[in-house]
Design a protein around this ligand. Structure first.
Ligand code: AGP
Length: 582
């Protein structure tokens, strides 16, 4: 996904360097390249840069300016493919987040009408299509509406027209908000770009388009509409690193609070959803870490009498024919913008299924599609890796599972107990061990993670953390699977991280022994040391919450592996905070 932002004011210009810092606050959405266009009298001036967002070359200030930070989908990382994109006459300059599915067809149509293109992106067709429609329209807005009607796919768009003192915008399936400040309006992919200026926000709906200048004009299906102004419920300090070097370490440390915060939920809402779950076929749908969170809680649901179908969102459409009003979906997403999940939820809605979201971002697309929203309450998660949101999701799912047998408070009491274990696990002294272990593992080519039952999910999440931030190949296995193939990969010194529960641990310890006897270097994550361990990380606390407790040292290990390798743990290569493309 990409980040877009537009600043408009008729009375108060913004320094371009300050505007670029607004773009930078979105760079967790994508950081391949960036650019901006501002109005200078009746001229549009554009600057584009590759790589991470730094100070702009262009000096000065402006009252109308749009900007973009890119995560490349169509076209290589080049200046020509960097947004903003301008139309042939340079009358229109535009930024976009999303995918225009019929861009090739539109490119051909425009070429037939005398337009030419300098880049490879899908986006570049949009400003030229607006220009094409300007030939037969009374106003820029009319030309924009005709353009939107021709676009197939997803978009959040803002653009400038050289003669208009306005910033135009439109939203379809990609998030877009308007920050309402006292003497300026800011249209943006999300609130992090303007939260240090204002907490007043309008969450635009799908199909909304319009413009901002000194006023806000929003239309939907050609009718003017009014959208309420909401108040953002967290403050800017949450979106800053504070004393931490990286967001990743900050967000790992925040888990001592966020796991508890996640459980502060409206008991009536939880009861309502639980009753629905009891009388439905339940599908839990997610991607990445959010999927792993679902797998981590699966055992608790099963123990309490419910069989959840846990499905990757991108594989969900195969289940369409089984869905009905008797189906309940639990859609899990930190960002609420993962396109595969949004698409899965839309399929479920066509079959009258109930949608319950476990989501972190207020006003996100998922929240608008759901019948009920359980907010994770962990504050903004800026690091691309999911850490505090993963453990919050597991905690909420455990709460739902406990509620099935009318013991919602059981989870809460137990979480109070484990918070002090989390306090230790996120402390400097605990991290000394993982820092030391990262020194041992930093040159590994492969790291295997192994667990059974709920800790199979822990193994999958551990492998995801390690690989996505240190680029070391890591793979999670179920202990029972090892002998069905994976053990063939074990060589002398192959690092194997083994998650060992306090009770019923004989099978996983046998797996560790089998691996060790073939030369593996065994790293035990457990309450007690075992003779098979070559390295031991001590983790106290009840087995039931092992997916929360035992993942924390691996989050820290992943962080230190990235640091050891001179990598940026907050912005790993090729990744973005939310995957808003299929
Ligand atoms: C996890 O560290 C990754 N950032 C990724 O797998 C993520 O969990 C996945 O893309 C789902 O994101 P969501 O929770 O915002 O839907």
């Amino acid at each position: 996904m990409c980040g877009i932002v537009g600043y408009s004011s008729t009375s108060n210009s913004i320094e371009l360097s300050e505007f670029v810092s607004m773009i930078k606050s979105l760079d967790y959405r994508g950081y391949d390249s960036w650019g901006f266009t501002f109005k200078d009298a009746d001229q549009l001036k554009t600057e584009k840069q590759l790589g991470k967002i730094e100070t702009p070359n262009q000096q000065g200030s402006a009252t109308f300016v749009i900007g973009h930070t890119r995560w490349a989908t169509h076209g290589k990382v080049t200046k020509d493919n960097t947004h903003p994109h301008t139309s042939n006459s340079n009358k229109i300059s535009l930024v976009h987040n999303g995918i225009i599915e019929n861009h090739q067809e539109l490119r051909n149509k425009l070429k037939d009408n005398g337009f030419n293109f300098y880049g490879e992106t899908d986006t570049e067709v949009i400003p030229n299509l607006i220009e094409f429609h300007l030939r037969t329209s009374e106003s820029v807005l009319e030309a924009f509406k005709k353009t939107l009607d021709e676009l197939k796919g997803t978009f959040a768009i803002t653009f400038l027209h050289d003669k208009s003192k306005k910033i135009f915008f439109a939203r379809r399936d990609s998030p877009l908000t308007i920050g309402v400040d006292k003497d300026s309006l800011i249209v943006s992919s999300d609130v992090t770009s303007f939260i240090d200026r204002t907490k007043k926000v309008i969450y635009l709906e799908d199909g909304d388009y319009g413009y901002i200048n000194s006023e806000i004009k929003i239309f939907n299906k050609e009718k003017e509409v009014h959208r309420e102004i909401s108040e953002i419920d967290w403050d800017v300090s949450k979106a800053k690193k504070g004393d931490f070097k990286h967001f990743m370490l900050k967000e790992i440390s925040e888990q001592v609070d966020t796991v508890k915060q996640a459980l502060i939920q409206d008991s009536k809402l939880i009861e309502k959803i639980t009753n629905e779950l009891k009388s439905s076929e339940v599908y839990i749908v997610a991607c990445g870490s959010s999927y792993n969170a679902a797998k981590a809680a699966e055992g608790e649901f099963l123990k309490n009498g419910l069989i959840p179908r846990i499905i990757h969102a991108h594989e969900f459409e195969q289940y369409e024919k089984f869905l009905s009003e008797k189906s309940t979906i639990i859609a899990i997403s930190q960002s609420g913008e993962t396109l595969d999940l949004i698409n899965a939820v839309k399929i479920a809605k066509t079959r009258e299924a109930k949608i319950n979201a476990i989501v972190n971002v207020q006003g996100s697309s998922l929240t608008r599609l759901s019948d009920n929203n359980i907010f994770m309450n962990v504050g903004p998660e800026i690091c691309v890796l999911s850490t505090k949101s993963y453990t919050a999701q597991v905690a909420i799912l455990m709460l739902l599972a406990s509620s099935l047998i009318n013991k919602p408070n059981e989870s809460k009491q137990e979480i109070e107990e484990i918070v002090r274990h989390i306090y230790y696990l996120t402390s400097e002294s605990a991290r000394k061990h993982t820092k030391e272990l990262s020194q041992i593992l930093r040159y590994s080519n492969h790291i295997f993670t192994i667990g059974r039952g709920r800790d199979y999910a822990t193994a999958m999440e551990a492998a995801l953390k390690i690989k996505e931030v240190s680029y070391i190949h890591a793979e999670g296995f179920a202990g029972g699977e090892i002998k069905h193939g994976p053990i063939a990969m074990i060589e002398h010194g192959t690092p194997c991280i083994v998650f060992v529960p306090n009770k019923n641990n004989q099978d996983i310890l046998s797996n560790a022994q089998e691996l060790k006897s073939r030369g593996a270097f065994i790293i035990g994550i457990s309450e007690k040391k075992d003779e098979t361990f070559d390295y031991w990380i001590k983790v106290l606390g009840p087995d039931k919450f092992s997916p929360i407790l035992r993942i924390i040292p691996i989050q820290a290990l992943s962080y230190y592996l990235a640091i050891m390798k001179g990598l940026d743990p907050d912005k790993p290569r090729n990744l973005a905070k939310s995957v808003t493309v299929k």
